[in-house]
Structure formats: structure tokens, C-alpha cells
Ligand binder design. Structure first.
Ligand SMILES: NC(=O)c1ccc[n+]([C@@H]2O[C@H](COP(=O)([O-])OP(=O)(O)OC[C@H]3O[C@@H](n4cnc5c(N)ncnc54)[C@H](OP(=O)(O)O)[C@@H]3O)[C@@H](O)[C@H]2O)c1
Length: 389
């Protein structure tokens, strides 16, 4: 190995664990074998120590998506103590933004998160989501959506118990309910705000007019939509509206559901029950073409002495200062790597070059199965007696 290669590897390892190296002495975090290169002087600043604003809500520049902590995309069940360990280590490394939902599990992920963050709950932002039709007695998922105000109130009371807290910092509507005017949803959230049970609200995958109406009723803190190099749909209209209204943006699946990490190749076939097996962007016909994105990421990873996942997350953060990705993981090494992303910086010329290269790759295949996609971009019905805005 040449000394140049060795230095590159050292810096890569360090970027991967950047948060830990700098934050551990300050925050009392424990060392792990991943910190073997601590003596190298080229380390980057603690990535997750940067802060960003979603509307008026301040969060770490990279959050942690905990959706898969009760069941992974590969359909395995992660170790609960290890999930608590990842949640706590993320906090030790500067992460203050945790993303859950009632539907994850259902219920189980909120319980895992509540247990994990208990020692430092007051120092973090908990985001969770209501909106799927989940029976409040059994926890069974029933067909369709439910954003009726009385249901939202009941769901929030149950969320607070599972999360072991007295307030939800950021509560999203998971999908727009085509039966319930958004003004009624905003009214329910307003009541919850008055009671102190909810501090901020947001919407996911909503129709644009619904977003405007929601914001006019009660200022929206954040929109959460899928956004990554693999799915750039929000660039067309959602991000411009967020910018116009001063709403923050939280990209879900910021790593392209794992694709942008380099973990998926032409040979990859998904386990039965892994949703990615039903997304044609990952089908055997489309994968070879779409892997051009991974080739690009690997080139830039080499250039920036980083990891492909870090470049993918840094690219998102480069798009707007009010974008905060929430990469999801059930592996400590991946969490440490991901929070190292904001140590990756682009000069304006590099950012323009990378954007051009990303835009030149046309992703083939649909992002979601049609039955799932049908829940996106939905407009809520008008409240009777209100004229169209
Ligand atoms: N609002 C919505 O409708 C919605 C929808 C989907 C997701 N979300 C939120 O967004 C969060 C993130 O999205 P996501 O989990 O769907 O997708 P993602 O963050 O794009 O990717 C997660 C996948 O990548 C793998 N991974 C993560 N970091 C990695 C690394 N450094 N190297 C290699 N593999 C890595 C994970 O597996 P390992 O566990 O093995 O690391 C997992 O399979 C979720 O947790 C959830 O909170 C919201």
C-alpha cells in the first residue's frame, strides 16, 4: 500500500466516524473499534454537530430515520438493545433529530424510540406521523387513511405514551386523507398545539394546493417527501413552494432506500416482503442503467475522500440550507458513516459540476408500486362553504 493510499483510507475511515472522533471527548461518548484511526491529524469536524433550521425548529444537520428498527427492508428483526445503542450513540455524536411514525411496526418503532431517547429526551426533536388507518385498540392496520380530527387526538394521546413523553416536537400527516379537509386537520393540530401536546406540524407527499391551504391555516414547519439523487421529483414544484413559504424540507429515503450507498448491484435480488422488489427502478432490466448513479457517487467519493453514502447525503444538504436528511439504518457503522456526511463540502464549482452530472442521468423505472404511489400528491377535499383559494 502506498502512503498516499494509506492516507486516503485513513481519511475515509475518519470521515465515516467523524462525529465520534470529535464529539466523544466533549460528550462523553464511548469509543468503539471503528475509532482505530484516532491518532490521524486529518480528521473532519463532527458532522452531526452542525445545526439547520426547519422553519423555526432547530435540528442537527443530519437526522436518524428509525423506521426499520422493528423490521428491516430485508425483513429481519433487529436486536432491540442494539437499536437503543444506535439511538444513544447518535445522540452522543450530535444527532438531535429522530424520525418515527405510528405506522412503523405499527407502534413498535415509537416504543423503541421512546425507550432509546429516555435519558436525553429533552435535548432532542422527536418527529412522528399519523394518518394511516390504524385501529387504536389492536394496533392493526386497517385499509386506507384516517385523518379525522377525533382520530388524530386519540392517536396523539397513544403516541405520547409509547414515546414516554408529554409532547411531540414535530407531527406530520403521513399521507393526505381524501375524505378530510386539510383545514379540519389543521384545526385538530391547533388544539393539540394549544394543549402543548404538539409543538410543530408538517405534511408528507401532499398535493401542492393542500400544502398552501394547510400553511394558510396553521404555519407548516416541514414537508417530508422522498428526495435523493435517485428521485428528484421535489425539485420541480415542492422545493420552490417550500422556499416561497419558508417551510423546511426533510428528504425521506435520502440514500435511495440503500441504493446510493453502493450496497445494491446488478446481481441484487430482494427478499419476499422487501418493498424494493416491487419498485421497477430496482428491476433487473433497469438496475444496470440506474447504477450509473452509483458509479458517479464512487468517483466523487474518491475525489472527496469520503464514502458514496456521504456524498449522496452531502449533495442533498448542498441543494438548500433548510434541507435535513434522515438516513435510516439499523447498523452502528452505517449510522456513524452517515452522520459524517456534513464533513463533505463542495465548492460552488464542484456543486455545479456534480449537479450537472446527476441531472444527466435519467433514472429508469417507477419509484413506487402504483398502489403506493396513488397515496402521493393527493389534494384534500375543500371544506364546505369555503371558496377555492
Ligand atoms: N414519510 C414517509 O412516507 C417515509 C417513507 C419512507 C421513509 N421515511 C423515513 O425516512 C427514513 C429513511 O428512509 P429509508 O430508511 O426508507 O431509506 P434510506 O435512508 O434511503 O436507506 C435505508 C437503507 O440503506 C441502508 N443503509 C443506510 N446507511 C447505509 C450505509 N452507510 N451503507 C450501506 N447501507 C446503508 C439501510 O440498511 P441498514 O439498516 O443495513 O443500514 C437501509 O436498508 C426512514 O427511517 C423513515 O423515518 C419516511
Amino acid at each position: 500500500m502506498t502512503s498516499e493510499t494509506k492516507n486516503t483510507l485513513n481519511r475515509r475511515t475518519l470521515l465515516g466516524v467523524a462525529g465520534g472522533i470529535v464529539a466523544a471527548p466533549l460528550l462523553g461518548g464511548c469509543a468503539t473499534p471503528a475509532f482505530a484511526d484516532q491518532g490521524t491529524p486529518q480528521h473532519q469536524p463532527a458532522a452531526a454537530s452542525g445545526r439547520r433550521k426547519l422553519g423555526s425548529l432547530e435540528v442537527s444537520s443530519v437526522g436518524l430515520g428509525v423506521q426499520n428498527m422493528s423490521r428491516t427492508y430485508h425483513t429481519t428483526i433487529p436486536s432491540r438493545p442494539e437499536m437503543h445503542n444506535i439511538i444513544r450513540t447518535a445522540f452522543d455524536r450530535g444527532v438531535t433529530f429522530y424520525d418515527a411514525a405510528e405506522a412503523y411496526g405499527p407502534w413498535e418503532v415509537e416504543r423503541i424510540l421512546g425507550e432509546g431517547v429516555k435519558p436525553f429526551r429533552d435535548k432532542i426533536v422527536i418527529a412522528t406521523k399519523f394518518g394511516w388507518n390504524i385501529d387504536q385498540q389492536s394496533g392493526r392496520r386497517l385499509p386506507g387513511l384516517n385523518s379525522r380530527p377525533e382520530h388524530i387526538r386519540q392517536v396523539v394521546d397513544n403516541m405520547l405514551k409509547r414515546l414516554q413523553t408529554d409532547r411531540i416536537d414535530l407531527l406530520y400527516q403521513h399521507r393526505v386523507d381524501p375524505q378530510v379537509p386539510i383545514e379540519d386537520v389543521a384545526g385538530a393540530i391547533k388544539d393539540l398545539l394549544t394543549q402543548g401536546k404538539v409543538l410543530h406540524w408538517g405534511l408528507c407527499e401532499m398535493g401542492l394546493n393542500t400544502l398552501r391551504r394547510a400553511h394558510a391555516e396553521l404555519p407548516v414547519t416541514a414537508v417530508q417527501n422522498e428526495y435523493s439523487m435517485l428521485w428528484r421529483g421535489p425539485e420541480k414544484a415542492v422545493l420552490p413552494v417550500c422556499e416561497e413559504l419558508g417551510i423546511g424540507f426533510v428528504p425521506w429515503s435520502p440514500l435511495g432506500v440503500g441504493f446510493l450507498t453502493g450496497a445494491i448491484d446488478e446481481q441484487t435480488r430482494f427478499a419476499p416482503g422487501d418493498i424494493r422488489g416491487n419498485e421497477t427502478r430496482f428491476s433487473p432490466e433497469n438496475l444496470p442503467h440506474n447504477l450509473a448513479l452509483v458509479v458517479l457517487l464512487k468517483q466523487w467519493a474518491e475525489r472527496k475522500q469520503a464514502r458514496p453514502a456521504q456524498v449522496a447525503l452531502a449533495w442533498l444538504m448542498e441543494q438548500k440550507p433548510w434541507i435535513v436528511p434522515i438516513p435510516g439504518t439499523t447498523q452502528m457503522a452505517h449510522m456513524l458513516e452517515n452522520i459524517g456526511a456534513s464533513a463533505v463540502r463542495f465548492t460552488p464549482a464542484e456543486a455545479a459540476e456534480l449537479n450537472r452530472a446527476v441531472r444527466a442521468i435519467e433514472v429508469r423505472g417507477a419509484r413506487l408500486p402504483a398502489a403506493v404511489q396513488a397515496f402521493s400528491d393527493v389534494e384534500a377535499p375543500r371544506k364546505s362553504g369555503r371558496s377555492p383559494s
